[in-house]
Design a binder for this molecule. Sequence first.
Ligand code: LMR
Length: 402
Amino acid sequence: MFFKDVVWTPDDPILGLFDIFKKDPRQDKVNLIVGVYKDAEGNTPILESVKLAEKYLFENEKSKAYLGISGSVEYCELVKRLVLGNDHDLIKEGCVEAIQTPGGSGALRLAADFLYENNPKAKIHLSDPTWDNHANVFHHAGLEIAYYPYYDTETKGIKFDELISYLKKVPNGDVVLFHACCHNPTGTDLNEEQWKEISRLSSKKKFLVFFDFAYQGMGDSMEEDSFAIRIFAEENRAFMAAYSCSKNFAIYNERTGALVISAEKPEHARNVMSQLKLCARGNYSNPPSHGAAVVTTVLKIPEIRSLWKQELIAMCGRIKTYRQIFVDTLKNYGSKRDFSFITKQKGMFSYSSLSHEQVMKLREDYGVYMLLSGRINIASLNHHNLDRVCTSIVDVLSDGEG
Ligand code: LMR
């Protein structure tokens, strides 16, 4: 009998938990789960700039014929420039290629398939902790996974010395995945000096660096958030980056991303691209068009581009403001725990330092949902739910910590 030996597997820790949340009948439940921007009213609006681009496309788009395997050439060129800046030497020299993918996750998986095809013995090294889905993506491509020391739960900073010692021992040919900015789930990024040190070390070692770049513009700004990659590209010509437009263009369900690769020489880049196209063709054939067409239109029409920049700054600013409001409100409700570290974290997420037990109690007794790791989507906080979230956390903490 078919399927009789298939075993049940638990829900995804992020999207699966959201499904559980949706079924919770409590009216006052609060969703701090998925990494999606929300405005002050708790909505995830379509940006005005995106609406304008869609209007333009509605009036001007001529065909829904397939894109090529690597997607829209124009979009890929624009993404390269978002990642490395206009006029980067590596781009001018023809060392950088990009392939449009279904979201940033599609870029991660495409890279994983390519890595496994071309070097099945390569291990991928992930930060401890990392995005809950990373291991799933790389495991399904067949890659072996290891974890490098990253977040220090005591200091709420980075275990930088341990990280450097670990990197010194990474075997040649392995791949190290870094979050280029807005580390998911901790919100704790390396600083400029630390990135420089890692970049110098990588130039001497022979592991490949792979950046997950899903939050450009959500941490500080488009330019500042690309610091890691740009500093890295000064000393290292070969690297990969999985890019997502989901968050910075708020087009989550359009699945719009790209895999950017930079190689020592143009012919290397060309060869890698040929392999990536083979992997893409064997997986999803060619990418969906609409999201990339929207991004291209936003970036190409100067008035729409400047409106988008303002909207991005507003999203980023609201999250920053709410970090401080969250910390202050917890204090005002009498939290004995110092949460001020949350204001130093970057991007959508805060690693709250709440334990599994506290997270479960918040979920079961108060209907406040966050990831089991204690990750909170700060963008989900607003004036309707802030008091409820903060009083619940303070209650749960005072139960356990007196
Ligand atoms: C998240 O981390 O919440 C987002 O990246 C959404 C997802 O797919 O997990």
